[in-house]
Design a protein around this ligand. Structure first.
Ligand code: IMP
Ligand code: MG
Length: 368
């Protein structure tokens, strides 16, 4: 995550993906304009990086020039396009390729394209690195598009937020701050299941229990379930990538969720990294790791008590219980460290009445 002025941005498109997209656009330009001696016109300021990369890849005679006008202040378009400067070339009969960093409403490109035709260009082509189809209000066809992106504000690779961010070599998108994504932890017997249920209702979150997700996918023989089962049947661990793909599918099933409670994942630092990547790709992040803290002796007593009625074999034996608790702390210690480093670890006292514990959890969550 990065901060520019008052806003936070999360990684969106990596440098190598941008290079690949520019390769593709340039291939098209080379194919279609080899004998046209095109004039490339970059729209300043945002297009400078894109222009440089495109013209470096153009293998035939061409000219390069720039024009300038801007319609943007902050992250909202002002809907007024300012005056055009820098158009000095003789344009009659020429093939012109306008190079834009981004086309949003299309106001800028519509005006420029009209001006170029008025000045007698025989052919006006438009190439843009980024295009927001949902925001576009014009009819003009865009000939070459690097990426179609959702209607979100982005920075980097020439694009700015109030002057900053143009030098970033990858593209970031504005972080959507309104989601609450919790990684919920608690030792066996801490009441994690109960609290997850309550929090889910109270904050309108989607509870993703990795165990449930696995069982669901395997039972319904989804592609990922079948893949996971093939490892399980061989007695192997399911690779993180398969698990994360299943979680990704769960997240995608809930596009309007106010947030998620992750339960049973991550278990390792590598998994924590994957989860962070997954959420980043959705413009959000883990808000907090919340761990219920309950004294070992209390847990042992609770589980032994539960064992009397639950019939669960692993609740009946004190040695087994103590070992489960130990495994929990061994696993959790790593993640506690991981999230502590990011100031995202919150231990919550898990002893008391259900409502009291919910109250403590809520006061932590409300501060996120
Ligand atoms: P349009 O006239 O609405 O198509 O806006 C085009 C101009 O708005 C671009 O050249 C950029 O300067 C600016 N712009 C549009 N969307 C973004 C964005 O997501 N980030 C940064 N600048 C943007
Ligand atoms: Mg621009």
């Amino acid at each position: 995550m990065i901060k520019l002025h008052d806003l936070q941005f999360v990684p969106f498109i990596a440098e190598d993906e941008i290079a690949t997209a520019i390769d593709r656009v340039s291939d098209q330009l080379n194919k279609e304009l080899s004998d046209k001696k095109p004039l490339f016109i970059g729209v300043l300021n945002g297009a400078f990086m894109f222009v440089s990369e495109v013209v470096k890849r153009f293998n035939y005679d061409c000219e390069v020039s720039f024009v300038k006008f801007s319609s943007y202040e902050g992250t909202k378009t002002t809907h007024e396009v300012k005056e055009l400067i820098g158009l000095n070339e003789k344009l009659t009969g020429r093939t012109v390729v306008v190079l834009e960093d981004i086309i949003d409403t299309g106001n800028t490109i519509a005006l420029l394209s009209e001006t170029l035709k008025d000045k007698g260009c025989s052919d006006v082509k438009i190439a843009t690195l980024f295009f927001k189809p949902e925001a576009y209000t014009k009819e003009i066809n865009i000939d070459y598009i690097g990426f179609e992106i959702p209607n979100k504000f982005i920075v980097g690779y020439g694009l700015d937020y109030d002057g900053l961010g143009r030098n970033l070599t990858q593209v970031y998108q504005l972080k959507s701050n309104n989601m609450t994504n919790l990684v919920l932890f608690g030792p066996p017997g801490a009441g994690k299941g109960t609290q997850a249920e309550v929090l889910k209702q109270k904050y309108d979150l989607v509870h993703i229990s990795t165990g449930d997700v696995f069982r669901y996918n395997i039972k319904n023989a989804t592609d990922l379930g079948t893949l996971a089962k093939s490892y399980i049947d061989k007695g192997q661990l399911v690779p993180d990538e398969v698990t994360i793909n299943m979680l990704n599918a769960e997240v995608d099933k809930n596009p309007n969720a106010k947030g998620f409670i992750f339960d049973g994942f991550p278990r390792t630092e590598a998994q924590a990294d994957s989860l962070s990547e997954l959420l980043t790709s959705k413009g959000t992040e883990v808000s907090a790791m919340v761990a219920l803290e309950v004294d070992d002796e209390v847990l042992v007593q609770r589980l032994l008590e539960r064992g009397k009625t639950s019939g669960r074999a692993d609740d009946a034996d004190e040695g087994v219980i103590r070992n489960r608790i130990k495994v929990y702390y061994d696993e959790t210690a790593i993640l506690k460290n991981y999230y502590q480093k990011h100031d995202k670890y919150f231990g919550v006292d898990g002893v008391g009445a259900i409502e009291e514990i919910t109250e403590r959890l809520s006061s932590t969550i409300d501060k996120l």
